[in-house]
Design a protein around this ligand. Structure first.
Ligand code: GLN
Length: 304
């Protein structure tokens, strides 16, 4: 039997000794206030056990991690029609590159880069009655936690400075791959990215991807096939131009955000979330990646 608590604590201790913790994102000004020395790690196994070390109960901005939850909701609402508007190929480019698969058609390469996530946001705006409220309730249901909320200051901060996202949305609009007004789609997207959650809340919210589409409250949201698709997309596209490195070092499907969070999972076994706000030069949590590499090495638990 693996002693998960001891493993997480050892990883926490190892990580605490590292001085070079990466750089906190500041292109969204509100994110720059975060203390670089925070570190949290949390594990939830499918047999209902939880383990945590460090700041695993502190809230942080989930940013691009939200793209997986948005994709899941969009698949639940419109099914396979999504793939007429977004492809599923890794981009090998940073998250904010346009990465359209065929420039003349305006189809983003995958739903986890910004251009693809904006198309998914457009689908949610079209198909939800009260988009921001309904999406928040969806995440609350998945995590079985009504206290989860948007940080409006972070959303506003990105609204003021998100020029690349405005450019991307306008280009998608010019190709008729956004049906709603650019401002409406971006307002929704900036809010989904500004969700604040803890490591333990994220481990709960991603539980359905390890549990055949069934969330913690035992509600079936997506089919087995949709779970397969989402996990495959996380593995191949979840870390932008570092997806290969993450598969190579960690060996799990996962998703990062510029708030410094990473969620990863082993189907039928566990969900693990780590948070360390300093990023590497690819925009992924520097120590988060290291911690997850240590976890799968120590436990010998990866999809490979
Ligand atoms: N809201 C951020 C952006 O669009 C999300 C990026 C990320 O977390 N990689 O720039």
């Amino acid at each position: 039997m693996l002693d998960y608590q001891a493993i997480l604590e050892t990883i926490h201790q190892n990580i605490s000794k590292i001085d070079n913790r990466g750089i906190v994102a500041s292109y969204i000004p509100e994110l720059a206030h975060v203390n670089k020395n925070t570190f949290g790690i949390h594990l939830r196994t499918l047999d209902g056990k939880t383990f945590g070390a460090g700041d695993f109960q502190k809230h942080f901005s989930i940013q691009s991690i939200s793209k997986v939850l948005a994709l899941s909701k969009a698949m639940e609402l419109v099914g396979e029609d999504i793939w007429k508007r977004v492809d599923v190929e890794p981009s090998g480019n940073p998250f904010n590159y346009l990465s359209l698969i065929e420039v003349e058609k305006g189809i983003p390469r995958n739903p986890l880069i910004n251009s693809g996530a904006l198309v998914i946001a457009d689908i949610l705006v079209s198909n939800l009655k009260n988009p921001k409220e309904d999406f928040l309730n969806y995440v609350r249901t998945l995590a079985d936690d009504k206290s989860i909320n948007y940080n409006n200051n972070v959303a506003l901060s990105e609204k003021k400075t998100g020029f690349k996202n405005y450019a991307t949305a306008n280009l998608l609009k010019s190709f008729n791959n956004l049906t709603n007004p650019v401002d409406v789609v971006l307002d929704f997207y900036f809010h989904q990215c500004a969700l604040e959650m803890t490591c333990s809340q994220l481990s709960k919210a991603f539980y359905l991807f390890a549990n055949k589409g069934c969330c913690l409250q035992n509600k079936l949201h997506i089919t087995n096939q949709q779970v397969k698709r989402i996990n495959a997309i996380m593995l191949t596209c979840g870390f932008y131009d570092e997806a290969g490195e993450f598969a190579f070092e960690v060996g799990l499907p996962g998703k990062s955000g510029v708030g410094g969070g990473i969620v990863a999972l082993l189907p039928k076994e566990f969900v693990i979330t780590v948070w360390s706000p300093g990023l590497n030069n690819k925009g992924n949590s520097k120590l988060g990646m290291l911690a997850l590499e240590q976890f799968t090495t120590k436990t010998k638990l990866s999809i490979f």
